[in-house]
Design a protein around this ligand. Sequence first.
Ligand SMILES: N[C@@H](CCC(=O)N[C@@H](CS)C(=O)NCC(=O)O)C(=O)O
Ligand SMILES: [Fe+2]
Length: 246
Amino acid sequence: MLFRQLFDAESSTFTYLLADEVSREAILIDPVRETAQRDLEQLSSLGLTLTTTLETHVHADHITGAWALHQRTGSKCGVAGAAHLPCADLQLAPGDIVRCGSFSLEVRATPGHTDSCLSFVLDDHSMAFTGDALLIRGCGRTDFQAGDPRRLYRSVREQIFTLPSSTKLFPAHDYQGRSVTTVQEERSFNPRLHDAISEDDFAAIMAGLKLALPKKMAIAVPANMTCGRDAPTMVAPLGFEGGEGI
Ligand SMILES: N[C@@H](CCC(=O)N[C@@H](CS)C(=O)NCC(=O)O)C(=O)O
Ligand SMILES: [Fe+2]
């Protein structure tokens, strides 16, 4: 499998490119609207055809690139069915398998950061894409979008920490320059979720965070409810190289 970890510095979001080296089919996990042109150039330079974009969740901090990429490539957009988004081509449910040539991703429900978060697990369990359910040495906040710390605790314990200790975990964000972790590392060193932390401890930690709302939340959530189609043009549209935006 061909794999690239891409990064949007503005929102600290990772986009993951996974592709089959024989069929040249590709999947993008969590594309960002502002970096869709970069993603298209990556695909083109590697001779890949984008079949599918997958969202780990309805993001609050950036607008998805799903619609922009669909317009250019015809890619199908996969979102949790539990998010109830009519724009999604694939209404993903736990246990679904998303195939891409010779590899596949298993869909796991990992709610708690939002009520419809998904994680995607590679068929050989060597890698998992955890969205904001589990970040490196942290986790997604649980104070909006029907977040629930107790649900998140159980999601991480039951759906992520049950993977092999060597499974590499790739989050949707990192704010401190890190890129990957493993199940073993997070079970040992995650200050909010390591093995000795109880559900009550975790709920107390999350209740004490008091974070400011994401700067783009008011535009990102409604735009992402349309898979990025009805997004304001306050950012440069796809392919516009002038830089100023509107
Ligand atoms: N400063 C960022 C905050 C982003 C934010 O709150 N991110 C969410 C994920 S959508 C989160 O859970 N962050 C965890 C954290 O900051 O510890 C922004 O304005 O976009
Ligand atoms: Fe998020």
